[in-house]
Ligand binder design. Structure first.
Ligand SMILES: [Zn+2]
Length: 283
């Protein structure tokens, strides 16, 4: 598979041929940065580990990771050095999680935010020509990180361009920046991120340049998953040990006509109605 950027990286932990690895993929996550996959799609990684005969996970990181904040032992690192470290950390995560394949497309963030973004569009078209996952995990359109939203939009464009028979059965938008606890319960998709707690921690701690660099994503993601599981229902005990919330984006892919902003803001309308109804009942 030919990728656009000269620094793009294809890593197959098992050592098998990349085309063979892509053929097996059933669960695919396309995210903006190194470590986003492990925060938003841990449930998919576990699903594939639980059923390795029938399921295989692929991770795609779209940007080059050059602009990340850095302190401590990484404070003096150049952008180029940070890109190399983050590329290696993502490879380490793919190995730990037994991903079928890990792609790092290495596009600059500024390029991804442009519409159209021809180099990224070509990479995504090449990916979906090789690989037909059942479930695709993306950033959600209400995320508050500009690059996350841009990557979501570019990927949605690629999915909508596929013939109907090549589209995934399910497309989910997971939480990273700004969580999805605000969705009304009927709009929430609960991703089970309470499995294999040691692996969950290891998959986040492998990104040492971020954690030592001053952001405790490892503790924050674990805390959020536990909080979601506990605060989901007030009258029953916790069914899952950890939850990552997702928005079901399948309707946006099955039917290419709905306006993305209207679809997203309708979730807020339902939240507004939920709050108003409860208040009205007890006032
Ligand atoms: Zn990110």
């Amino acid at each position: 598979m030919k990728l656009s950027h000269p620094h793009a990286d294809i890593y197959v932990p098992s050592g098998e041929d990349p085309s063979a690895a892509l053929d097996r993929v059933t669960h695919l996550c396309i995210a903006a940065h190194q470590d986003d996959i492990e925060i938003l799609a841990y449930d998919a990684i576990c699903d594939c580990l639980d059923d390795p005969q029938n399921k295989a996970f692929a991770g795609v990181v779209v940007t080059d990771g050059g602009g990340s904040p850095r302190t401590g032992s990484y404070a003096q690192f150049t952008d180029e050095q940070m890109k190399n470290i983050r590329r290696q950390e993502q490879r380490d995560a793919a190995r730990l999680g037994s991903y079928a394949i890990q792609l790092q497309l290495a596009h600059p963030s500024a390029e991804v935010k442009k519409s159209p973004s021809p180099a990224l569009a070509a990479d995504l078209a090449a990916l979906f020509a090789r690989c037909a996952p059942e479930v695709v995990y993306l950033h959600n359109p209400a995320d508050k990180h500009d690059t996350h939203v841009a990557v979501f939009l570019r990927t949605l464009e690629a999915l909508r361009a596929l013939p109907a028979e090549r589209r995934p059965k399910r497309v989910l938008g997971g939480e990273v920046w700004r969580d999805l606890d605000w969705l009304v319960d009927a709009d929430k998709v609960a991703l089970d991120s309470g499995r294999r707690p040691d692996l969950a921690l290891a998959l986040l701690q492998v990104f040492d340049s971020q954690i030592t660099g001053g952001k405790r994503y490892d503790l924050a993601a674990a805390g959020r998953r536990l909080a979601h599981a506990t605060f989901h229902t007030s009258h029953t005990t916790d069914r899952l040990q950890g939850i990552t919330w997702a928005m079901d984006l399948t309707p946006l892919v099955n039917d290419p006509t709905p306006d993305i902003a209207t679809f997203t803001l309708a979730h807020l309308d339902r939240l507004r109605a939920d709050i108003a109804t409860r208040l009205t009942r007890f006032l």
